[in-house]
Design a protein around this ligand. Structure first.
Ligand SMILES: Cc1cc2nc3c(=O)[nH]c(=O)nc-3n(C[C@H](O)[C@H](O)[C@H](O)COP(=O)(O)OP(=O)(O)OC[C@H]3O[C@@H](n4cnc5c(N)ncnc54)[C@H](O)[C@@H]3O)c2cc1C
Length: 231
């Protein structure tokens, strides 16, 4: 089933913790200075509030485009402000005070599709794909642009090394297949991790076990940054 997200304008100015909830209690993910990522995981649907540098939040709503059961919420069933208000009342009641015009915002936004692109090879003759063109990731791991920048660094490292040895044509002929060979396995890995993180966020991030693990991983990393890097 394809899913889509829409981004609501950063209107909410809720600077402190306590915006998300677990069993009716606030949940704050990754809250290093009280202004972290908040999530309302509801299995098939999810609301995420990501912090902006000016202490506001940008809020994304994740819903299927259409549900097999028409009674389940989906973009197809969000036709009127009442539909959106019903969804938020049922699933995200504590957010309503922070999102004064959420119904209009949701209805006026155009949901984008969540996509995963896997291809191989990343090159053809003298053409190479870098970034999302080669490996579009679902955004739950927040690594799409990092991995794209790394593509560029990796490509030029290989090219520069080859250019030091041979002429441009030969260097390019060697660089492109080597780029695919080095980047394709890592591209598949980050794609899989992003999908797995999405499933975790939607289904488990509100559980005490997920929260405890996140705290433990952060502490381990703070104490032993060389030995332990959380995913
Ligand atoms: C909702 C969402 C949240 C995300 N959050 C994060 C995050 O927190 N952290 C992170 O690292 N990544 C995140 N990403 C992923 C990140 O945005 C992408 O990985 C990154 O933008 C990829 O860069 P790119 O240059 O490869 O592709 P793009 O940014 O897609 O750039 C491609 C450009 O090419 C242009 N173009 C397309 N076709 C043509 C054509 N025929 N002629 C000329 N121009 C063309 C497009 O208009 C576009 O400007 C997120 C993505 C989404 C959708």
């Amino acid at each position: 089933m394809r899913r889509g997200a829409t981004v609501l304008p950063p209107r909410s100015r809720c600077g402190g913790p306590g915006v998300g909830e677990r069993d009716g209690k606030p949940v704050l993910l990754n809250a290093s200075r009280g202004h972290g990522l908040h999530s309302w995981p509801r299995g098939n649907l999810m609301l995420i509030a990501q912090p902006n540098v000016d202490a506001t939040y940008t809020t994304s709503l994740w819903l299927p485009f259409a549900a097999e059961d028409p009674a389940r919420p989906s973009w197809a069933t969000m036709r009127t402000p009442q539909d959106v208000r019903r969804l938020f009342s049922e699933h995200f009641p504590d957010t309503r005070q922070f999102l004064p015009s959420f119904a209009e915002d949701v209805l006026s936004a155009h949901p984008g599709a969540l996509k995963t692109v896997r291809c191989s090879p990343y090159h053809h003759e003298r053409t190479v794909l870098l970034g999302d063109a080669a490996h579009t990731l679902v955004p739950f791991f927040g690594q799409g642009i990092n991995y794209s920048f790394e593509d560029v660094r990796c490509f030029f490292e290989i090219l520069d090394r080859n250019l030091a040895e041979v002429d441009v044509d030969t260097a390019l002929r060697g660089t492109l297949p080597e780029f695919t060979r080095l980047r394709k396995p890592a591209g598949d890995a980050i794609t899989d991790l992003s999908l797995a993180m999405g499933a975790q966020l939607k289904r488990h991030s509100a559980t005490a076990g997920f929260q405890a693990r996140a705290v433990l991983e952060r502490r381990l990393h703070e104490r032993h940054p060389d030995l332990y890097i959380p995913l």
